[in-house]
Design a protein around this ligand. Sequence first.
Ligand SMILES: [Zn+2]
Ligand SMILES: [Zn+2]
Length: 272
Amino acid sequence: MSTPCRIDHDIHVHTFLSSCSKDPDAVPEKMLEAAAVNGLRTVGFADHLWDAGVPGASDWYRPQDMQHIARIRAQLPADTRGVRVLLGCETEYIGNGTVGISPTAAAQLDFVLVPHSHFHMEGFVRPATVQQPDEIAALMQQRFAEAIELEVTTGIAHPFLPCTQREHTDEIIQAIPDSAFSDLFGRAAERGVSIEITAGAFPSLGSGETGGWHDSTFMRMYRLAAAAGCVFHCASDTHNLQGMGRTRRLQPFVDELGLTQEQFHPLVRQTG
Ligand SMILES: [Zn+2]
Ligand SMILES: [Zn+2]
């Protein structure tokens, strides 16, 4: 029998090792302590990564290689406060099959999150010519279709969250028909690629709903992913200590979706 799912994990956590983290307190020891206080039992560190073995890094990614993110191993406290620790990464996908991690490097990690919509990186992830909501929607669909086929992909980071033009988010997502979402999520489900339920998809958990971005937009998408048979994981995508535990705030959304433990990726599924 299926059982309701209580969110007790967060596998998209950045530390001080991510260049965009400005928080010197975002160190594993403090983050795991905060995770335990917030009732989390599994934490996955997922710092930004572009493996030096893969040509084509941007200047921003280049210093954030395997050697760099491996520094986290020396930072792990002996006492993890009962929290199971996974060491992964958030790499990058820039199209044409180019992903910022090799299968060999991926094998050294517990999981690999692949983003397909870091469209704020103009000229690297998003061609400068792609500007309009319908063009952004089309490129996200294409990149998603490609990212789920990659050998290295455990899960998709913040699926379909266009990291640009926030005021047009509803319009961009609404440009993707149900049938297209169902097809793409069906393919992800077949491959066992995990779909991230990310706090950033719900404006009410951040700076609030606006005229152009509502929680219901991504609830529609997640419903279609669930109906297509996808597995999921929850993510805060925090870049600071304060954000540790934010995945617990996804509980009402997960409840409304009616997700059970069996619908979560085996990596984060509760074991007892
Ligand atoms: Zn990201
Ligand atoms: Zn991230």
